[in-house]
Design a protein around this ligand. Sequence first.
Ligand code: ADP
Length: 474
Amino acid sequence: MRDIDKIYIDGAFVTPHGGQRFDLYNPATEERIGSVRLGDAEDVRLAITAAKRAFPAMARTSKAERIAMLYRIRDAVKARADDLIAAMTEEYGAPTYFTGFSVQNTASIFEVMAASVEDYAFERIAGSSTVSMLPLGVIGAITPWNSNFGFIATKLAHAIGSGSTIVIKPAEQSAIQTQVLLECLHEAGLPKGVFNVVNGTGPEVGAALTAHPDVALITFTGSTPAAKIIQRSALETMKRFVLELGGKSPTIILDDADLDAAIPVALMSGFANSGQACVAGSRILVPRSRRDEILARLKRDAESFKVGIPTDPDVRIGPLANAAHWERVQSWIRLGQEEGASLMTGGEGRPEGLDRGWFARPTIFTEVTNSMRIAREEIFGPVLSVITYEDEAEAIAIANDSDFGLQAYVLSSDDGRALRMAQQLIAGRVVINGAPHDPRAPFGGFRQSGLGREIGAYGLDAFLEPRAILKPAA
Ligand code: ADP
């Protein structure tokens, strides 16, 4: 049992002013594994005060000092890799392949930021003026439960890289993971107040952060509906935003695709992180000329995807994160059938052999039209929609006919053709033929998938503001 009763303010673990408790569960067993004491608006105020006090010194740090801080955190994270993996497995239920990636990726986020700071031109010339790229002040960060340390790391790395300070409100469901990461961050020994973490709910702690006049920028990863509430709340004080939101990403299988390679990639893209991924390829676009063959393979391979306890190394799909989310995914599976889509595999309920845990069945709908809600809205579970197209032009039209634009996937045996397709897609990232994760590529989306970009110089640009100084000619 882990009872977490501290938050992190001004360089120390402190007891929150808020007294409410929130229970934590193991989603693979449904057992209660602990609780977290939640902060409140007063804790947010204290955290912002600490961050504000720490800002002037942080803003003056040199590139070398920021890089040193980033490497210290990277090392502290690496030293606790096993503990981070154990916490993510127990509290979130992610399969082994994903927990391993998550910790490695978290460490690499700090390395990538260090390299970006090294290369970034903080001082520039424009015309006859000098331009300084200045840090904004106190950053407010709000993160979701589907990749706890990765998102906290990204936001913290941008704050440090840009010379700002930060107050983070992580998802309260991930408090054990947050606690282990916080221990790493504390170990890194950064100056007091540079980062502060307040556990709490969105409507209380999140809302206090987004409304506070001393917060200059909100960096948020989560759902598009929550982002709209946050933007409204932050409007009054004209905050800057970096928003990384939902998706309904298309996976286009072209008619020349090598199906032995393409089908596993399409399914892994769709079922990534047990389907709880903003980048999940949840619409699979299939050419009519090869429809029957592709459907048969999708069905066969999806049914061989192992669903089960996250510690089994063969498992590809773990449980959904919590009971309410499991119910939500079930209702999407019902809705797909009501809308007239055909259930090719999966369906409601738990997979065979799993009688407890929030496991959903890997589900694929066919006969889906792009106007159905299951093709337009984010489900955030292992539920995929297959849409048939006639030719390339129609594939592009369907792919781009979405409120979102976060990621897209193209599968073809002709690299040139895949590239030409990619160049027509409206998405923050387009992945060709299962290309590996690139930790240096900008991340973020078009349309309602977000605002701004994270990572590298793109991320630093979003966290900085130019000040031009104009001088009379000498
Ligand atoms: P999820 O389903 O991943 O919880 P949300 O977008 O609802 O998706 O939540 C992402 C993060 O946003 C969480 O940390 C949550 O507490 C926070 N959040 C939710 N609603 C609000 C709000 N009104 N104001 C600020 N933060 C919020």
